[in-house]
Design a protein around this ligand. Sequence first.
Ligand SMILES: Cc1cc2nc3c(=O)[nH]c(=O)nc-3n(C[C@H](O)[C@H](O)[C@H](O)COP(=O)(O)O)c2cc1C
Length: 205
Amino acid sequence: MSEEPRTSDREVRVLAFAGSPRRGGNTDMLLAATLEGAEVAGARIERYDLGELSIAPCRHCGGCAAGQGVCVVRDDMATLYEPLRAAERIIIASPIFFMSVTAQAKAMIDRCQPLWVLRNRGLPVATGRAPRAGLFLSVAGSALAHAFDAAGVTLTSWYWTLEIFERRELTFGGIDVAGAIREHPTALDDARRAGRELATWRAGE
Ligand SMILES: Cc1cc2nc3c(=O)[nH]c(=O)nc-3n(C[C@H](O)[C@H](O)[C@H](O)COP(=O)(O)O)c2cc1C
């Protein structure tokens, strides 16, 4: 007799990072709408506000490379390695600061170096159900066509490290003052849909 899996076994685990230091700002609103969509679709959400956490920049001390791919720095980043390895969906929301992600987001990304060490040694990084998918939510004050390019290159490297091969993004230029995203005709609906689609995505679709 096969046992019906418990609800928690079927839930898609979504890890979300809020990378703006401006609480309640544009990327926060996009993230909230995205998570609303994912939750309605049955996902289990874990959200971290990077500006509220104490995450030091990587020191390039070599500790993770000398050992077993474990960071020697003891701060809030220690709590993020398990969800970073196990979540099936990872969302990062960051506005564009000087053409890239915020320092808060970049510090977390750089502290994924222990995972890069594992990946570079051919060891598994992802521990949850495969395949994984990533979503980048962003806004830029300017409407420059290349405003999101540098952040995208950084994320390519991060996703490779995390064994994420399905990547999505939802970005809006010309959004500067806090709350301007609310005036956009489709952004928050787009975000709700992106969250729902991320949660329900299956490989090969
Ligand atoms: C330090 C700093 C750097 C910024 N750099 C850029 C930039 O390079 N290009 C751009 O288009 N907007 C830039 N902006 C504008 C933000 O991307 C914009 O205000 C955005 O709406 C902030 O999103 P948030 O409300 O989620 O924090 C910058 C803002 C700050 C505070």
